[in-house]
Design a binder for this molecule. Structure first.
Ligand SMILES: C[S@@+](CC[C@H](N)C(=O)[O-])C[C@H]1O[C@@H](n2cnc3c(N)ncnc32)[C@H](O)[C@@H]1O
Length: 215
């Protein structure tokens, strides 16, 4: 961690001990621990949830549960967070941390692809954190806005937060060098920027967040 990063960490709200433990355990046990949101992004997600006061949150891509627990900490009592993970091997670890957290009872963990699970949950979501497979980002967006089956999963005023939308800077590489992940992230960002139904701003925190509000 460089001096500026250390400064940011030291002068932001500290990481909850349970989240610190989850970060460490993820680093010991998970195949790609870098996928975890981490202290500062987790605190930002918590803050955004606290400000938007959603009653119903959807997360696409639970991984070990760090971002779900961060968002749940910002949720009011009675509000709920549905988090969807396609890899059933992650279920036990994520659920064990949800069970230990005072905010865990607000979280419902679903195993399966969000493209199947989310529409089946019914209703609309006030806030969505998109953090699944980058190659599927355009499909997640179509699903959420109702462009797949005519039934939107969001409403006017809903907030979408998409992670990794700078994809380690590869989004500005020449077209010929782009792999499938990069192509999909570039397509997603363009879809959002050209969609008159939403307004958005890209925040260059960590690997980039696209903050999107449905008009
Ligand atoms: C970047 S990680 C999520 C990190 C987590 N949100 C956090 O901040 O700690 C992406 C996760 O999405 C999952 N995933 C990929 N495709 C998915 C899909 N279609 N539906 C649900 N989860 C999916 C992967 O298995 C992986 O665990």
């Amino acid at each position: 961690m460089d001096a500026l990063e250390r400064y940011i960490h030291d002068l932001s709200a500290p990481e909850e001990p349970l989240l610190h433990e989850l970060d460490r355990e993820t680093n010991l046990r998970a195949v790609a621990p870098r996928m975890l949101s981490g202290h500062i992004q987790g605190r930002l997600l918590e803050m955004l949830v606290r400000m938007a006061q959603p009653q119903r949150v959807l997360e696409i891509g639970t991984f070990t549960g760090y971002s779900a627990l961060s968002m749940a900490a910002g949720l009011e009592e009675g509000a709920e967070l549905h988090t969807v993970e396609v890899d059933d091997e992650l279920e036990e670890l994520a659920q064990s941390y949800f069970d230990r957290s005072p905010h865990g009872k607000k979280i419902r963990l679903h195993i399966g692809s969000a493209l199947d699970v989310a529409p089946a949950l019914g209703g609309v979501f006030d806030l969505v954190f998109i953090d699944g497979d980058k190659r599927e980002y355009p499909d997640y967006y179509r699903m959420l806005l109702g462009d797949r089956d005519g039934r939107p999963l969001v409403r006017s005023g809903s907030v979408l937060i998409a992670d990794n939308i700078l994809w380690s800077g590869k989004v500005v590489e020449p077209v010929a060098r782009r792999d499938r992940h990069t192509q999909a992230v570039v397509e997603f960002n363009r879809m959002v920027a050209e969609d008159p139904r939403v307004e958005n701003v890209i925040v260059p925190l960590r690997d980039g967040l696209n903050l999107i509000r449905v008009k």
